[in-house]
Design a binder for this molecule. Structure first.
Ligand code: FAD
Length: 411
C-alpha cells in the first residue's frame, strides 16, 4: 500500500446502487472494500429512475445483508392488476389474488430508486463501510499484482482489485481501454413522477396500465405504474415531437390532467426526457484481470423490462464472489480464472439483457408493417381471445426469460 490510502483490499468506484451492493456483497464474504465517490455527500439523487425491483434482486440483497431485502419489500408495493387499453378501449385486464406470491419476498416490488439507495446507505453504515465523497476516480493503473488509483482530491489508493461501478460515463471503463458503442432509441420518452401520498401497499385496487395510442395523449403510448408515494408516467414521443417542448412544465401539467385527472394538476414531482441507449463494453475486465466493470459502467439498457439496476445488482454480487475467491486463491492462474469467469458470465448476461430490452424497444417503436399489423390484429381479436389481449399486455416489456448460466469447462 502507498499514499493516502486504506487497508481494504478492494476499491470500488461509484456509490450508486451497484457500487453499494458490491461493497455489501464483499463484506458478506468477509472482504472489506473502500468506496470512492465523485460527488459530495449532500448530493441530490432525485429523478425518475428504477422503481421495478425484481424478486431475484430482493433475494440477493437479503442474502448479503439480512433485512435489506425485506425492508425494501415493506417500503414497496405489489400491484394486483395489470391492464391494457388500445385507442381508448380495454383489451386486457387481470387481477391476481396473491400478486406477489406466497413467500416473504414477492416476485417484484415497486419502490423508487432514491428509497432503495437510502436503505443501502443504512446497510453500509451498519456494516461499517465508508464512502469517500468528493473522490472522483481519474487515473487507473493496473498490473498483475493489483491496481493503483488516483482521485480528484489528490489522493492515491492501492488495492488488489478495483470494481468500476461509476455509471454510464465510467472513467474506469475508459482507463482500461474498453470500447463502448451501441444504438440509441429513435424516439424520445418523457418520464415523470407524480406524487400521490395515498399510494401504498395496502390499496387493493392498484393497477399498472399500458395504453396504446392513448387519445388523452394525442395518440402516443402511455405507461402508468404505481409506486409507494406516487405514479410513474411514461409517454412515448412520436415522429415530429419536440421532447423539450413536451416535457415543459405547462405541457406536462396538461398531460397529467388529461391522462390522470385534474386532481393531479399540482402533483408533478419531476420530469425528464430520454433517448435510451443500448450498449455494452466490449470487455468487462482489464488485461491484468484486476479491474471488473459492473452495472451501467458495463452496460446501458433501455428500461422496458427493468433490467438496468436489477442486472447491475447481479453483476455486483458475482463480482464480489469472484474477488473473494480470487483473494483466497494460491495461484495466479486461479486469480485470473475467477475474474475471467466473472467476465464470461456477466458479458453473456448483458448480451441477453441487451437483446431482451432491444426487442421491447423495437416493439414499442416498431413502425414496420408486420409489428403494426400484429398489434392491430391482436387488438381486434382481444374481445374474443384473451391470449390476444395478454400478448398486447406483455409485449412492451420484452421476453420473460433469464440470462443463461455460463460456466468454465469443456462442455
Ligand atoms: C427512467 C429510468 C427508469 C429506470 N427504471 C428502472 C427499473 O425500473 N428497474 C431497473 O432495474 N433499472 C431501472 N433503471 C436503470 C437504473 O436507474 C440504473 O441501471 C442504475 O442507476 C445503475 O446503477 P449504477 O450504480 O450502475 O450507476 P449510477 O446509478 O449511475 O451510479 C454511478 C455512481 O458513480 C459515481 N461516479 C461517476 N463517475 C465517477 C468517478 N469517476 N469516480 C467515482 N465515482 C464516480 C456517480 O456519481 C454515481 O454515484 C431506470 C433508468 C431510468 C433512466
Amino acid at each position: 500500500m502507498s499514499g493516502d490510502t486504506t487497508a481494504a483490499p478492494v476499491l470500488i468506484a461509484g456509490a450508486g446502487p451497484v457500487g453499494m451492493t458490491t461493497a455489501l456483497a464483499l463484506h458478506a464474504r468477509g472482504v472489506e472494500a473502500t468506496i470512492l465517490e465523485a460527488e459530495s455527500e449532500d448530493r441530490d439523487r432525485s429523478g425518475s429512475r428504477a422503481i421495478y425491483v425484481h424478486g431475484s434482486t430482493l433475494r440477493t440483497l437479503e442474502r448479503i445483508h439480512p433485512g435489506l431485502g425485506t425492508d425494501l419489500v415493506d417500503e414497496g408495493l405489489v400491484w394486483p392488476t395489470r391492464r391494457t387499453l388500445y385507442q381508448g378501449k380495454e383489451v386486457f385486464s387481470r387481477t391476481y389474488d396473491s400478486p406477489g406470491g406466497s413467500g416473504d419476498i414477492p416476485h417484484f416490488t415497486s419502490v423508487p430508486q432514491v428509497v432503495t439507495e437510502a436503505y443501502m446507505h443504512d446497510a453500509l453504515e451498519g456494516a461499517g463501510i465508508d464512502i469517500h465523497w468528493n473522490a472522483e476516480v481519474e487515473i487507473v493503473d493496473s498490473s498483475p499484482d493489483g491496481v493503483h488509483v488516483e482521485t480528484s482530491d489528490g489522493r492515491e489508493w492501492d488495492g488488489e482489485f478495483l470494481v468500476g461501478a461509476d455509471g454510464g460515463g465510467s472513467t474506469v471503463r475508459k482507463e482500461i481501454g474498453a470500447n463502448f458503442e451501441g444504438d440509441q432509441s429513435e424516439n424520445a420518452f418523457i418520464i415523470a413522477d407524480i406524487e400521490d401520498e395515498q399510494i401504498d401497499g395496502d390499496q387493493p385496487d392498484l393497477e399498472r396500465i399500458f395504453h396504446y395510442d392513448a387519445p388523452e395523449a394525442d395518440g402516443r403510448n402511455v405507461l402508468l405504474v404505481p409506486f409507494t408515494g406516487g405514479w410513474r408516467l411514461d409517454i412515448q414521443c412520436i415522429e415530429g415531437d419536440d421532447p423539450e417542448e413536451l416535457s415543459s412544465e405547462d405541457r406536462m401539467r396538461e398531460f397529467v390532467c388529461d391522462i390522470m385527472g385534474n386532481e393531479y394538476e399540482d402533483d408533478l414531482k419531476w420530469v425528464s426526457s430520454y433517448y435510451f441507449l443500448q450498449v455494452m463494453a466490449d470487455t468487462f475486465v482489464d488485461e491484468h484481470r484486476r479491474v471488473l466493470l459492473a452495472g451501467e459502467a458495463a452496460h446501458l439498457l433501455a428500461p422496458f423490462g427493468a433490467r438496468g439496476m436489477n442486472s447491475g445488482v447481479a453483476d455486483a454480487d458475482e463480482a464480489a464472489s469472484a474477488i473473494a475467491a480470487a483473494i483466497d486463491a494460491r495461484t495466479d492462474a486461479v486469480v485470473r480464472e475467477e475474474v475471467e469467469l466473472y467476465a464470461a458470465r456477466r458479458e453473456k448476461a448483458a448480451e441477453y439483457n441487451l437483446d431482451a430490452a432491444g426487442q421491447a424497444l423495437e416493439y414499442l417503436q416498431g413502425e414496420d408493417p408486420v409489428t403494426v399489423l400484429r398489434k392491430e390484429a391482436a387488438a381486434s381479436l382481444a374481445d374474443h381471445f384473451e391470449i390476444a389481449g395478454e400478448w398486447l399486455d406483455d409485449a412492451p416489456y420484452g421476453p420473460h426469460g433469464t440470462p443463461p448460466i455460463v460456466s468454465t469447462g469443456n462442455y
